[in-house]
Design a protein around this ligand. Structure first.
Ligand code: ACO
Length: 335
């Protein structure tokens, strides 16, 4: 059997820049216990979360995305004008029409660049990265900016201890460029299971249930979650997608140097580690500090890994996520 590292990427590309932004306001578990029937001990032991960053009322997710993108562009030594496609993964648009991507394009000065929002739950960044790869592979674009930005703090019920303690706000961005060579996407497994649609929803505010005094009165604009069902599904989904992406890449799981899972719950990550028999030291965890930042979770963790100088050229990374829909998937790439 050939050594896995000699396998050519099926999409030769380079992540030339990574950036992240976390809003300065920090909310600790003890802060939450001031107004909720909860405790630092419960939140830490059930989720692994200690702190989360919260967007101030004056800021919007597009601004977080712009700041993350500026850092990614600076690392890539690229100007906004070099970008040929902007993909923004987010669950809650800046406005229902026109979404978030045009606000980010405007803020970055991308006046003629095509852009699109991608909604695929918390798997949105993985989906968007795979789509950017496909656009690069087919020659449609040569350089893309992929952003995940999220402020779920705006959509949780701060009286509902079962959901509000879990989320944090933030953004992450990558510049992806066509680059012949050994780096690139080795395997992609995107999956969906719409039978799990009811596990995570915001019922009101769309066309199915437009906003009304009644929807506000009954709290239907808040995130509703079936935590236990999601927990079980999450572990199975990320494991299945990671195995499938590894098979497509012609790799063994032991060939993977870094696994970056969606940061939804430390116990979910630990169960994934067990199911895939991964060495825990290869699995990136920052949920303790940033909580679940949804579409921003993977690029924020990736940025930390890169900034800490831990990723070496030639290493193999698996990015895996699950979320509302249920959408899930894994992208395996060689750095
Ligand atoms: N503080 C104290 N007690 C709490 C809290 C809290 N913050 N939240 C719930 N409890 C209580 C419950 O009321 C319940 O009390 P009861 O036994 O008297 O009824 C008890 O704790 C146990 O609750 P469970 O729901 O059984 O707790 P569980 O161990 O399942 O943990 C959790 C709940 C953390 C939500 C877990 O199920 C989970 O992480 N699920 C997955 C969540 C997830 O992945 N969400 C996002 C997915 S998609 C995306 O990322 C946007």
């Amino acid at each position: 059997m050939p050594r896995p590292r000699t396998i050519k990427p099926f999409i030769p590309l380079r992540i030339s820049g990574v950036g992240a932004y976390l809003p300065p306001k920090l909310l600790t578990n003890d802060d939450l216990a001031q107004f909720l029937d909860t405790s630092d001990e419960w939140i830490r032991t059930r989720t692994g979360i200690r702190t989360r960053h919260i967007l101030s009322p004056e800021e919007v997710p597009a601004e977080m995305g712009i700041r993350a993108a500026e850092k990614a562009l600076a690392m890539a030594k690229r100007n906004p004008a070099d970008i040929e496609f902007l993909l923004v993964a987010t669950n809650m648009p800046e406005e229902p029409i026109p979404g978030t991507a045009p606000y980010i394009a405007q803020g970055l000065g991308l006046e003629k660049t095509p852009f699109a929002d991608i909604t695929a739950g918390c798997a949105g960044f993985v989906y968007a990265l795979a789509l950017a790869g496909a656009l690069i592979q087919t020659g449609v674009v040569g350089k893309a900016l992929v952003i995940g930005t999220e402020a779920l703090s705006r959509f949780v019920n701060w009286q509902d201890r079962a959901t509000c303690v879990l989320f944090g706000d933030g953004a992450g961005a990558v510049v992806v460029e066509a680059a012949p060579g050994p780096a690139g996407i080795l395997g992609v497994a995107l999956r969906g299971d719409a039978t799990k649609l009811d596990l995570l929803r915001i019922e009101a505010g769309g066309v199915r249930l437009p906003a009304s005094a009644e929807t506000v009165r009954t709290g239907k604009h808040f995130l509703q979650m079936e935590g236990k069902g999601l927990f079980r599904a999450a572990v199975r989904m990320m494991a299945e997608a990671t195995r499938a992406a590894a098979v497509q890449a012609g790799l063994r799981l032991t060939d993977i140097d870094w696994v970056i899972p969606h940061q939804a719950n430390l116990r979910i990550i630990e169960a994934l580690v067990k199911r895939l028999r991964l060495p825990p030291e290869k699995v990136v965890v920052n949920i303790d500090r940033v909580a679940n930042t949804s579409t921003a979770s993977i690029p924020i963790a990736l940025e930390e890994l890169v900034r800490d100088g831990k990723v070496e050229s030639g290493q193999i990374l698996a990015l895996t996520a699950f979320g509302a829909g249920a959408c899930y998937g894994t992208v395996i790439l060689r750095w």
